[in-house]
Design a protein around this ligand. Structure first.
Ligand code: MG
Length: 154
């Protein structure tokens, strides 16, 4: 089965920017209830989507004080454990991060390694792509960040 996930968060000065569990050196970071890791949030949704298990908001509502500043690696670990407990095996994941700045070139391998470890997948089954929005729209104006994820589960 194929699953797809999307997430976006608003950016602001003085906030942390954490992508795929890796802290990025950036003046702008995400405003969020949890750690605002758009990459892991979109990936959780892709996994839940492939397995017909709903969406991340049903499991980790942003109205729940328990998830204030939560480490999103916990969400992904739990979602991976959930789909595994249902008898599914993750085949591969492919992610696209859209952010105007900073450039993520030097972080892509770290993010990939982090996701591979969290998903218990070999590195070649995890792909991370980084793009800008060519200065257009809310990403282009540094107002926000987006991430898209797709996965295959069998
Ligand atoms: Mg989110």
């Amino acid at each position: 089965m194929i699953g797809f996930g999307y997430d976006c968060h608003k950016l602001a000065n003085g906030e942390k920017l954490i992508l795929g569990g890796i802290e990025i050196d950036s003046e702008l970071g995400t405003i969020a209830h949890s750690d605002g890791d758009v990459v892991l949030h979109s990936l959780c949704d892709a996994l839940l989507g492939a397995t017909g298990l709903g969406d991340i908001g049903e499991y980790y509502p942003d109205s729940d004080i328990k998830y204030k500043n939560a480490d999103s690696r916990i969400f992904l670990n739990e979602v991976v454990d959930l789909i595994t407990s249902k008898g599914y095996t993750l085949v591969n994941v492919d992610l696209t991060i859209i952010l105007e700045q900073p450039k993520l070139m030097n972080y892509k391998i770290k993010i990939r390694e982090s996701i591979a470890e969290l998903c218990k997948l070999p590195l070649e089954r995890v792909n991370v792509k980084a793009k800008t929005s060519e200065k257009m729209g809310f990403v282009g104006s540094n107002e926000g960040i987006e991430a898209y994820s797709i996965c295959e589960v069998k």
